[in-house]
Ligand binder design. Structure first.
Ligand code: MN
Ligand code: MN
Length: 299
């Protein structure tokens, strides 16, 4: 990786960290989730970067992939556990970071378990380390607190314009061959801890989408797909963004859903802990340098 690339990653990382800090500062019980998402995303744009995906605000048993819908009426519940997950990109160089905000004293140890797991995992990142070893560290740390890691969610390699660039970092030890960490790679590491049974299932609703491509039939369909590719490429987006960026979208809701049904647009289902238990998550993005990790998602 050359110095310019590292600079872009570092700039994106710094803005992502500041956006998280801003979100943590303004969030409060009863706050509309729509307001939180829009303020955090506006903060990113005002900082001279772009959101790499819609601001994720996943509450209690919802582990990931929830962003406010255009007229969302959901508010932050009293005593809840909120995962705030933010992505920033500059020229397609992505930083991905998350924290958990607890409005309940009883859940602070669960947060601590995920936070420590991330800290321990980062300290072991260097070239030639097997990815399965990082999974073991995450699992052992979370279990030492008496909780379970979520085994079917993983961290992921990042490359330019690609949020999930192949390799993944498991949150548990697995015998499965995961490959090794190489110098110059970028990873988002994201341990999830739960007081449930450690497994997420797909909910029956979708708030976040991504361009998938394939053969596109219909004039309006092609118009919409062209817009999405031009503005978001293959990065995740949401309907709130389309309504703002593309006024004609107001009349294209049917067309949009047709594209989702046909698989031209991929929808990320909301991910929910199987037993309905609480989930905490922390995440940083690191560049693997010769001597160890460079954490980019810091202020
Ligand atoms: Mn994330
Ligand atoms: Mn991630």
């Amino acid at each position: 990786m050359d110095e310019d690339e590292i600079k872009f990653y570092e700039q994106a990382g710094k803005i992502a960290a500041k956006a998280i800090a801003y979100g943590v500062d303004i969030i409060h019980e009863d706050m509309p989730v729509l307001e939180l998402c829009e303020k955090v995303e506006d903060f990113i744009r005002r900082s001279g970067a772009r959101p790499a995906f819609p601001c994720n605000v996943s509450i209690n048993e919802v582990a990931a992939h929830y962003t406010a819908r255009p007229s969302d009426t959901l508010s932050i519940p009293k005593g809840s556990l909120v995962k705030l997950d933010v992505g920033v990109h500059i020229n397609g160089y992505i930083a991905d970071t998350a924290v958990t905000i607890s409005f309940s004293k009883n859940l602070s140890r669960l947060c601590e378990a995920a936070r420590k797991a991330l800290e321990h995992a980062i300290s072991e990142i260097r070239p030639n380390v097997p990815l399965s070893k990082i999974g073991a560290i995450i699992e052992n740390t979370i279990k030492s607190y008496g909780f379970k890691p979520i085994s079917n969610l993983t961290g992921h390699k990042i490359s330019q314009w690609n949020l999930h660039a192949g390799k993944s970092i498991p949150n548990v030890y697995s015998l499965e061959e995961r490959g090794i960490i190489l110098e110059g790679e970028v990873y988002a590491i994201e341990p999830f801890a739960t007081n449930g049974n450690g497994y997420v299932v797909e909910g029956d609703y979708v708030t976040i989408f991504r361009y998938a491509g394939g053969k596109i039939r219909g004039k309006k369909e092609r118009l919409l797909m062209r817009f999405i590719w031009k503005h978001y490429k293959s990065l995740p987006f949401c309907k709130r963004w389309l309504l703002k960026d593309f006024p004609e979208f107001r009349n294209l809701a049917e067309v949009f859903h047709k594209l989702v049904r046909r698989g031209n647009i991929y929808g990320y289902p909301v991910l929910i802990e199987r037993r309905g238990s609480f989930v905490a998550q922390y995440e940083h993005t690191v560049i693997v340098l010769k001597d160890g990790p460079l954490v980019i998602t810091v202020e």
